[in-house]
Write a protein that binds this ligand. Structure first.
Ligand code: DON
Length: 339
């Protein structure tokens, strides 16, 4: 039997989660402490998103043992938007494997906004990474299926497996974005001109636009994140959605690219892989521990939820989640005892 050594090594994390009641209290505190934060603006380049209530705020934490802690507007559904990119990437990676996706799509940060056209030109038509729009449209085009309809069915089924419940399309959001996505059409056509999209670029864009309009709650995001945190096993359904190796790859991509040109700041402050969406969703993954789902529609100028980032930074600190944190190893001090 094959043993994935890298996965075993990744289990050497810095400590256990606090007791249930403490996590519960800290999630409530994250919500209370970040509610006064009113910075940022609600996205309006997809017209229907402008109708969101700027005060909506939800925080949800799903432990890998299936326990869920929630605070705030966790029943409000919103469109998943760019957060879908992380999970569609995982599905594609599961099918094609590590090398093919790294070569065709890439893993490096563009240092430019998520919908940059210049990034494509600067890199000779290479989409760079699956978390920006160019790379995400090219990734969606790789989803197995004999038609765009079959690809869409595979995405709905796959993302629903991550969430542990059937996700539905928000037809209004899909129509609103379809009617106004000239920029994404330009990106898709440009990638097509470089031979970077296997199918018809506008068909791939249509499936991508639909995937962004899937409705989720903050708790769905927490559970989807917890699935990536748990070697690909959904902690609610117990089903293996993708392999542990795919989770490792997806989390590396999220750490480098999940907050676009703000990914460095994000990693510095929070120390975890994560992904934002323009409707205000935010998913963060603490490997081996939890998935965190936040929702609040006011965004910073890179398109990341302001309250969501604050709440996640707080939880990362108080729950001891930062993957770069360590304690001095006691082995050296006690060497004589073990030699
Ligand atoms: O393609 C777009 O522009 C949107 N459907 C998704 C962008 C997005 O969520 C960026 N994230 N913060």
């Amino acid at each position: 039997m094959d043993v994935d050594v890298q996965d075993v090594v990744q289990r050497a994390y810095t400590g256990d989660l606090p007791h249930w009641s403490e996590v519960e209290a800290l999630v409530t505190a994250a919500h209370r402490r970040c509610t006064p934060e009113t910075g940022g603006v609600v996205a309006d380049y997809i017209p229907v998103l402008a109708a969101a209530d700027p005060e909506w705020f939800a925080v949800s934490v799903a432990e890998v043992n299936g326990t869920v802690h929630t605070a705030g507007d966790v029943d409000v559904e919103f469109s998943i938007q760019s957060i879908s990119k992380a999970f569609v990437y995982a599905l594609v990676c599961q099918h094609y494997g590590h090398e093919v996706v790294a070569e065709r799509i890439g893993v490096n940060n563009t240092g430019l906004p998520f919908n940059s056209v210049i990034a494509i030109e600067l890199n000779n038509g290479h989409p760079m990474n699956p978390m920006v729009n160019a790379g995400a449209i090219a990734t969606t085009a790789l989803i197995p299926g004999r038609s765009p309809g079959e690809q869409w069915d595979a995405i709905v089924a796959g993302l629903s497996e991550f969430a542990g419940r059937p996700l539905q399309l928000d037809e209004t959001v899909y129509q609103s974005e379809s009617q106004t996505n000239q920029r994404n059409r330009a990106i898709a056509q440009l990638l097509g001109s470089y031979g970077r999209i296997e199918s018809d670029p506008l068909d791939a864009l249509d499936v991508y636009t639909r995937q962004c309009a899937l409705r989720v709650t903050a708790t769905d995001l927490a559970v989807m994140g917890a699935t990536l945190a748990d070697g690909g096993v959904n902690p609610i359904t117990g089903r293996q959605v993708v392999s542990a190796g795919v989770c490792r790859d997806a989390l590396a991509i999220l750490a480098a690219n999940g907050a676009y040109e703000r990914s460095g700041e994000w990693l510095f402050e929070i120390g975890l892989p994560g992904k934002s969406g323009v409707a205000g969703g935010l998913v963060t993954i603490a490997p081996g521990k939890v998935g965190i789902g936040c929702f609040s529609p006011r965004l910073d100028d890179a398109g990341n939820s302001v309250r969501g980032q604050r709440a996640t930074a707080y939880l990362s600190r108080v729950l001891g989640l930062n993957i770069f944190a360590s304690h001095a190893h006691t082995l050296a001090a006690n060497r004589k005892d073990i030699l």
